[in-house]
Design a protein around this ligand. Sequence first.
Ligand code: HEM
Ligand code: HEM
Length: 233
Amino acid sequence: MTAEQSLPATAGGARRVRHALVDRLFHWFSAGAVVVLLATALLPILGIEFAWVAIHWVTGLILAVLVILHVVRAVFWQNLRSMWISFGDIRDGLAALRSALRMSPGAGRLAGKYSLAQKAIHHAFTVVVLTAIGTGLMMLVKIDTPWWERDPYWVSDDVWAIVYVLHDLTSLCLVTMIIMHVYFAFRPEKLHLLRSMILGWITDGEYDRYYDRSDWHARADRRSADAPTYKHE
Ligand code: HEM
Ligand code: HEM
């Protein structure tokens, strides 16, 4: 047995890949785009005037392209099942809630790559961001762009009213959801997830402690000097 094989799995040296570089770039660029969109939409309402319209719609188009690339990658290169909410997830989520409220002993089953709460916030972001993009694209018809001149009469006033209410509503939802999302990202027990969204990896010990290996098979990070292949493969 070599020195590195005698290291316990929790020693912290061995790592598992949680997010590939391309997925981390997608997360941070789309997060940045959403923050720019919210700032350009809301700051003028708070009285900070600047030429916000062009920055807003160009950033919106960039976000749309990023989301399309993410969906293509999710379907062809990633695991759609890892974000799918199953009946088992709901059962395990209720068991975890009962245990948190001291209504039953034990912490329940370990999660796969994403917990029920993470899947729920992913799907909520999906609905809200896609609604914002869809209504935003419709609103583009109302302004002059390099490709066309504005046409305010494209659809009836009643339809425009619905489009505007939905688009505005998404900004309110996003502010609330982002505050919740960032709060959880900085909770002490979730800091390994924040690290994984920045550097890509979790330690082997964290993999053991928080995840069900039969549900999420994370590959060893080849860059970590002592990635153990002897124990789990
Ligand atoms: C119909 C649309 C969407 C589908 C089918 C989809 C699918 C997925 C899947 C399957 C994963 C898990 C990948 C894995 O870890 O194996 C994922 C992760 C993720 N999704 Fe989505 N998604 C959609 C829309 C969105 C939107 C609108 C956003 C936010 C703007 C978003 C942000 C993320 C982020 C940040 C992750 C975690 C990073 C990663 O591991 O890729 N997704 N998505
Ligand atoms: C500074 C702000 C942000 C921080 C610190 C942050 C942090 C994180 C972290 C730590 C994860 C968990 C990754 C994991 O499970 O391994 C995550 C995932 C994700 N983030 Fe963010 N994020 C931020 C902004 C945003 C914004 C603005 C959006 C979308 C509009 C977003 C959408 C998502 C989605 C959909 C996921 C996947 C679901 C989940 O794991 O919760 N994030 N983010």
